[in-house]
Design a protein around this ligand. Structure first.
Ligand code: FPP
Length: 248
C-alpha cells in the first residue's frame, strides 16, 4: 500500500483513532507493558506527521480513558510521565500543528495539566492540522457533563427546553470545536468503541485492524484511508440518493 493507492482529493477531514495493543505488543516480547506505551508514543509521532502531510484537519487520539484509572498505579504513573515527556518534543511547532485536549483534565496530575495548558496556548495559532488527545475521557462522562450544563442553562432561564435540538447537544460537548470524524480506526484487534466519541461517530466509517499500535505503520494508515475511500456513505438514504447527494 503506497500513497498512489489513496485519493489525495478525498482525504477525510477528521480521523479518530483508538490506539490499542500496546500492552500485548510488549508482553509478547517479554517486556513490561510500559515499554509498549513507550513504543506507542513513537507511533503517535509517526501517524501525526503523516496525517498533517496528507492534509487532515483533525486527528483525535484516545490516549487515556476514564476506565484506564482502574489500571495498576505504576502503569497509570508511567502513562502520565510518558504524556508529559512526549509533550516536551517540538513536534507541534515543527509541523505547524495545533494541540488540543478533550476529557476530564482536572483529574490529571498538576504537572501534566500545566503542560497540557501550556502546549494548547503555545500552539493555538498553528493552522496546518489540529491534534486532539483524549485524556481521562469517555463519551458517557462527556454526555453527562453536557446534560448538566444544559440543565443549568434551563434552570437559569437562558435556554427553553423546547428549543433543545441535536445541535444544542453537539455544542455542549467537549468536541464542539471540531466536525464529526469521517473515519474511526481501532488497532489491536478488538471490535468495539470503548466509550469513545459515541455521539460524534453516529455516521462514522469504522476500520478495525489486528495490528498492535506500536507496529501501526504509515502504510497501515494509508490502508485504512483507502478502505474508507472505497465505501459509499449513505447517511440513511438509498444508494441512488446517496450517490447524488453525499451528505447527512
Ligand atoms: C492501549 O493499549 C493504549 C493506551 C491505554 C495508552 C496509549 C497512550 C500512549 C501511546 C501515550 C500517548 C501520548 C500522547 C501525548 C498522545 P493497552 O495497554 O490497552 O494494550 P493491550 O490491550 O494490549 O493491553
Amino acid at each position: 500500500m503506497t500513497e498512489q493507492d489513496i485519493d489525495m482529493q478525498r482525504i477525510p477531514r477528521h480521523v479518530a483513532i483508538i490506539m490499542d495493543g500496546n500492552g500485548r505488543w510488549a508482553t509478547g516480547r517479554g517486556l513490561p507493558r510500559t515499554a509498549g506505551h513507550q513504543a506507542g508514543v513513537e507511533t503517535v509521532k509517526r501517524i501525526t506527521e503523516e496525517a498533517a502531510r496528507l492534509g487532515l484537519d483533525y486527528l483525535t487520539l484516545y490516549a487515556f480513558s476514564t476506565e484506564n484509572w482502574r489500571r495498576p498505579d505504576d502503569e497509570v504513573s508511567a502513562l502520565m510521565a510518558l504524556v508529559l515527556s512526549s509533550l516536551q518534543d517540538d513536534l507541534f511547532m515543527r509541523n505547524n500543528i495545533r494541540f488540543r485536549t478533550i476529557g476530564d483534565i482536572d483529574k490529571l496530575p498538576e504537572a501534566v495539566r500545566k503542560r497540557l495548558r501550556q502546549c494548547e496556548s503555545e500552539t493555538a495559532a498553528n493552522d496546518r492540522m489540529t491534534l486532539v488527545v483524549a485524556l481521562s475521557y469517555s463519551s458517557r462522562w462527556e454526555m453527562t457533563e453536557a446534560a448538566r450544563r444544559i440543565a443549568r442553562e434551563v434552570a437559569e432561564g437562558k435556554l427553553a427546553p423546547d428549543s433543545i435540538s441535536e445541535d444544542t447537544i453537539t455544542a455542549h460537548l467537549n468536541t464542539a470545536f471540531m466536525p464529526d470524524p469521517e473515519l474511526l480506526i481501532r488497532t489491536g484487534g478488538e471490535l468495539r468503541l470503548s466509550n469513545y466519541l459515541l455521539w460524534q461517530c453516529a455516521y462514522t466509517e469504522l476500520y478495525f485492524t489486528p495490528v498492535y499500535w506500536p507496529d501501526f505503520s504509515v502504510d497501515d494508515f494509508h490502508r485504512a484511508i483507502a478502505s474508507y475511500q472505497g465505501r459509499q456513505r449513505r447517511f440513511g438514504k438509498t444508494e441512488e440518493q446517496a450517490a447524488r447527494d453525499n451528505r447527512p
